[in-house]
Each structure stands twice: as structure tokens, then as C-alpha cells.
Ligand binder design. Structure first.
Ligand code: IPE
Ligand code: IPE
Ligand code: MG
Length: 266
């Protein structure tokens, strides 16, 4: 049984509006990270080509982002394409790059209207030239926004991100730009692609896989994990609300004792 099935059992019969009414503003995550997985399986279950799953995944993404921003979550980070995904067949990679371009062209105006900062993270220089140009353009034209952030992991791998940070840090030491020793967590995270973003409070992975796949390894040290068997293209408003309600039930202890335990004698 998955975390979702076991803990959301009593909620599954409620309407979306009932679910919404159970959300507590003060218990909402500030930053949600999502591993959008299961597009290929969604398509193959329907006898469709994999790209049909990726395309439907874009609809799931729009609905998810709308829901997060609507309920008041200011930061969302999505895993759109991993460094390891370059090992997929060339034709699938090409189609994914085309979809990414299409998504950015369509959403550009929405980013402006809703004051969403688009922050790409990953080895962007590995992307095809035309995609890079669009990615940098949309990044620059939204960089003044601070109300909402959409971080998109593209050609992203967390180990590479950490190594890139270490190398840049060493370079800054050698050139005299950095001389604070020892290096603190605060200084180190400035060198990561996510820079000033707070760490994710909640990480959602769809499709039943219960692994991290090289995503945000530093940043998720104390993130709450939520796994659901729902395939990404089927992930809609209701699924987002269920994940948020599950998160709200958790007690984040960060190594301390439970609030209930502190009243007991040692
Ligand atoms: C996630 O869906 C999208 C990307 C990794 C780009 P998948 O394409 O991994 O779908 P499955 O896991 O094969 O079903
Ligand atoms: C993780 O999904 C990457 C993205 C969602 C972009 P994958 O489908 O590539 O992950 P693995 O290979 O199953 O771990
Ligand atoms: Mg997958």
C-alpha cells in the first residue's frame, strides 16, 4: 500500500471543494518539489506512443501549478528532464525538447500575468541551441518577479549540481573572491542552482516509483516525501489537494522530540 492509499483513505470520497476546505493556510508547504513520472506507462496502457503521455503530462502540470498557486504555495520545483534522460532514444529526447519549447511559448504570458519567476536549473548548455535561447529569454523576462517561483530542472542531476558548486567555490577561493572559512551550509547553498530558494517542504513523486533519481539531493535533507501510484498524466487538482492534506498531518521534528513526547518525563 502506498503512503497515499494508507493515509488518505477517509478522504477519497470527499469532493474537491470539501478537500479544499480542509486545508489550513498556516500548514501549507512553502515549497513543493515534484518528480513528474509515469508518462510513458500512461501512454502504453492506452496503446498510444510515449509522446502522447508527455503531452497529457503538460495538462497535468498546468492544473498542478494552478492549484498550488491558487491555494497559496509560492514556490514549485519540477523535474522536467534529468541528465540521465539524455540516454533515452534520440527521437524521444527531440520530442521532449519540442514539448518544452511549446510549454514555454504558451506559458510565457501566464508567467507575466501571474508574476511567476521562471528559474531553470541544470546543465542548460547541454540543451539544443533554440531551447537554450528561449529558456534564457523567459528566465530574464521574469527575473524581477518574487511573488511566485517555478523552478524547472532541465538536464539536471543533483550530484553534478553539487560538484559544480564545489568547483565554483574552489575557483572563488583561488581568485580571492571567497575567504570565509570554514564554509558554512549557508555559504555552500548559495553556490547551488537553487540559491536563495528555501528547501522544499514537500516532495511528490508519481507513478509508484519510490526513489529520488538524482533530484535535489542537498535540498531535500529534511523534506517530507509523498509517493503516489497515480501516473503523472492523471495527476489533477484532487491529487494535489490529497498530497497537501497528507502533508498537513505530518509532524516535522527536525531531530527534536515530538511535541507530545516533551511532556513525558525522561
Ligand atoms: C516522466 O515520465 C517524464 C520524463 C522522465 C521526462 P516517463 O517518461 O519517465 O514515464 P515512464 O516512467 O516511462 O512511465
Ligand atoms: C525522473 O524520472 C526524471 C524526471 C521525472 C524528469 P525517470 O523516469 O527518468 O527516473 P528513473 O529512470 O525511473 O529513475
Ligand atoms: Mg519514468
Amino acid at each position: 500500500m502506498t503512503a497515499q492509499q494508507s493515509s488518505n483513505g477517509p478522504l477519497v470520497h470527499l469532493t474537491e471543494e470539501d478537500l479544499l476546505s480542509q486545508l489550513h493556510q498556516e500548514l501549507l508547504p512553502r515549497h513543493v518539489a515534484i518528480i513528474m513520472d509515469g508518462n510513458g506507462r500512461w501512454a502504453s496502457l492506452r496503446g498510444l506512443p510515449r509522446i502522447a503521455g508527455h503531452r497529457e503530462g503538460l495538462t497535468a502540470l498546468r492544473v498542478t501549478l494552478d492549484t498550488c498557486y491558487e491555494v497559496g504555495i509560492p514556490i514549485v520545483t519540477i523535474y522536467a528532464f534529468s541528465q540521465e534522460n539524455w540516454m533515452r532514444p534520440k527521437v524521444e529526447v527531440r520530442l521532449l525538447m519540442n514539448l518544452l519549447q511549446e510549454f514555454l511559448q504558451l506559458e510565457r504570458q501566464t508567467f507575466q500575468d501571474r508574476r511567476i519567476r521562471f528559474l531553470p536549473i541544470g546543465r542548460l548548455d547541454a540543451l539544443p541551441r533554440s531551447v537554450q535561447t528561449l529558456v534564457y529569454t523567459v528566465m530574464e523576462e521574469t527575473q524581477q518577479f518574487s511573488d511566485r517561483v517555478l523552478a524547472v530542472a532541465l538536464s539536471y542531476g543533483a550530484r553534478t549540481e553539487i560538484l559544480d558548486a564545489v568547483n565554483q567555490l574552489l575557483h572563488d577561493v583561488q581568485t580571492g573572491k571567497l575567504h570565509d572559512f570554514p564554509i558554512t551550509e549557508e555559504v555552500f547553498q548559495q553556490y547551488l542552482a537553487t540559491q536563495n530558494l528555501p528547501d522544499p517542504d514537500l516532495l511528490i513523486r508519481t507513478s509508484g516509483e519510490t526513489r529520488i533519481s538524482n533530484f535535489l539531493l542537498w535540498q531535500i535533507a529534511y523534506t517530507e516525501l509523498y509517493f503516489t501510484t497515480t501516473l503523472w498524466p492523471d495527476f489533477r487538482r484532487r491529487e494535489v489537494l490529497l498530497a497537501l492534506l497528507d502533508y498537513q498531518k505530518r509532524e516535522r521534528r527536525f531531530g527534536r522530540l515530538s511535541q507530545h513526547a516533551t511532556s513525558h518525563p525522561l
